[in-house]
Design a protein around this ligand. Sequence first.
Ligand code: GTP
Ligand code: MG
Length: 197
Amino acid sequence: IFRNKLTYFAAAKVSSSFPPAELPEIAFAGRSNVGKSSLLNSLTRQWGVVRTSDKPGHTQTINFFNLGTKLCLVDLPGYGFAYAKEEVKDAWEDLVKEYVSTRVGLKRVCLLIDTKWGMKPRDHELINLMERSQTKYQIVLTKTDTVFPLDVARRAMQIEENLTANKSIVQPVMMVSSKTGAGIQSLRTVLAKVARF
Ligand code: GTP
Ligand code: MG
């Protein structure tokens, strides 16, 4: 499915402008700068459709992309961005929270965690929300190229152990690097199955 053409089709700043949910959706959430947009590019091997940036807080709207005619991929704005004004920051968070807890057709949220930094309070907040709304999610460790392989494995184990009591999580923790391509094919395989159901 990831060979299909990726086309941008909608952006939303408020929930009233979410496009109608006509396809199964997979969304990418996580702190600002964790590598959400880069991962979308790597998964689809299509660079330039989803914009990435060195500047945290780059993606400020929920962006919807069609992958062919069977699946919708959703790039969520990152949270925890230090430079944005408080009100703006809160508005983004409310938007993301509303999306993950109410969106019809949302099959899976990939919650991206920077391997080097691990989980932060905002990540736990989002997890709690997804547990409450029974939204299926899985953890994806990003930028694995920035730490030693042993530390990647340690981080994954630590997170898995921390979340064993959770009900809506889909294990195992996936590990990827958009820079080297490590783990990208495994994640494609997992997500392709999600898209089929
Ligand atoms: P926001 O839109 O601000 O929420 O950020 P984002 O999560 O979409 O991050 P984005 O994909 O724009 O990447 C942020 C920065 O991290 C960019 O400078 C990327 O080049 C870098 N980056 C992304 N993935 C990787 C990776 O796997 N390895 C390394 N070393 N850098 C990465
Ligand atoms: Mg982004």
